[in-house]
Design a protein around this ligand. Structure first.
Ligand SMILES: *Cc1c(COP(=O)(O)O)cnc(C)c1O
Length: 409
């Protein structure tokens, strides 16, 4: 396997160590093949909002497996999941499931191009929308971790159709829209693949207004924020409704599922209702649908209150320990995710994220792992506390953070 892994950030190369090989996970904890256990804040990079091996998710998947693992024909579970999404996200009038967020993003862009008759797409520096050819420029996530500005193998035609704008840069958006009106303005409403960099006040509403005025679609990539930051994702928290939404991670409850969703008139362009082709052998897979439904069933208002409490305590606790030790960090957070930026000042865009002290982050992260806590092994990824993280886990985390921040100095 290239780099020994099946997805780049797992390799832990950027923090200067070998990957952890996992033996099992339960609740908020992971055990590696050497028998060491960790409080896990990677949580599969976002899907596991209920923690590892939640009994209700395991029971749902097991029962589904016993009825057959795939049919290539519709099931009632898919309808139930679509209804759950629609109930939580009013902008999602119709949806189509895929197996990965990458596929969903690729399909949403195809749909936006078909609907508008335009080729260009505006995306933001540091935003990641999966490894879609045209969206890999300044793409955050594993590319940021490994210092890859844009991937070789992307054709110049694909690259030329993407305009990259700095996050929170209103003038940059206006310039991009007037130079070449795009099919879509594509954003993570809460960017979390350059570390967590929430939008400036009013920026999402500005994007909504400008996309309407320029005849382009507003596409929210809520693969991370969907069902995590609130029942209805970032669009509910911010009160800004996109034309299309990309979903993934939590919607599959730890199994491969994703979706794109949005306005009925747009979604009805997708085959076989319309002419925009998109398909998948395992799309709407019954095991993934069962895991997604079981996970969403756990996410009531109490769950979101708990997740917000846990995340706040973790973020404020980490910031306090860093202050005491004398490490300069910023810890932005939203319910269910946070980032520890090794930065003197606030991080508001990709340039500021990239200016962080990644060597200090690496030393901090290695020391956390030594002390039994598993943060994301990259400055440019978010921590994902889950509903399974309790006081005991927070205590263990903050105890480990003291020597770990010390090691970063
Ligand atoms: C993870 C992620 C994707 C890609 O999803 P995959 O299932 O890994 O293909 C797309 N967009 C965002 C915002 C993500 O965080």
């Amino acid at each position: 396997m290239p780099g020994g892994v099946n997805s780049p950030v797992r390799a832990m190369g950027s923090i200067g160590r070998d990957p952890i090989f996992v033996e099992r996970g339960l609740g908020a904890e992971l055990t590696d093949v050497d028998g060491r256990s960790y409080v896990d804040y990677v949580c599969s990079w976002g899907p596991l909002i209920a923690g590892h091996a939640h009994p209700e998710v395991v029971a749902a998947v097991t029962a589904a497996a016993a009825r057959g693992t795939s049919y290539g024909a519709p099931t009632e579970g898919e309808v139930a999941l679509a209804e759950q999404v629609r109930a939580r996200m009013p902008s999602a009038e119709m949806l189509r499931m895929t197996s990965s967020g990458t596929e969903a993003a690729m399909s949403a862009v195809r749909l936006a191009r078909a609907a508008t008759g335009r080729d260009a797409v505006v995306k933001f520096a540091g935003a990641y929308h999966g490894h879609v050819d045209g969206l890999l420029a300044d793409a955050g996530s594993g590319l940021a971790t490994h210092g890859i500005p844009a991937s070789p193998g992307v054709t110049s035609a694909q690259a030329a159709d993407t305009t990259v704008v700095a996050w929170n840069d209103r003038d940059g958006v206006d310039r991009a829209l007037s130079e070449r009106p795009p099919a879509a303005i594509l954003c993570e409403p809460y960017p979390a693949n350059m570390g967590l960099v929430p939008p400036a006040e009013g920026f999402l509403a500005f994007l909504r207004e400008r996309s309407q005025a320029s005849g382009s679609l507003l596409v929210f990539d809520e693969v991370i924020s969907g069902f995590r930051v609130a029942r209805g994702g970032a669009q509910e928290r911010e009160g800004v409704l996109p034309d299309l939404t990309i979903l993934g991670k939590v919607i599959g409850g730890g199994l491969p599922a994703a979706a794109y969703a949005g306005r009925r008139d747009l979604m009805e362009l997708v085959a076989p209702a319309g002419q925009v082709y998109q398909a998948g052998t395992l799309s709407g897979n019954p095991l993934a649908v069962a895991a997604g439904l079981a996970t969403l069933a756990l996410l009531d208002s109490k769950a979101y209150e708990r997740l917000a409490r846990t995340t706040r305590a973790l973020a404020e606790g980490l910031a306090a320990v860093a202050r005491e030790v004398g490490a300069s960090v910023q810890v932005p957070w939203l319910p269910g995710l946070l980032t520890v930026f090794f930065s003197q000042g606030p991080v508001t865009d990709y340039a500021a994220a990239r200016a962080c002290d990644t060597a200090a982050y690496g030393a901090f992260c290695r020391a956390m792992l030594e002390h039994g806590v598993y943060p994301p092994p990259s400055q440019f990824e978010a921590w994902f506390p889950s509903l399974a993280h309790g006081e005991e886990h927070l205590e263990r985390t903050l105890t480990a953070a003291r020597p770990a921040f010390g090691a970063s100095l």
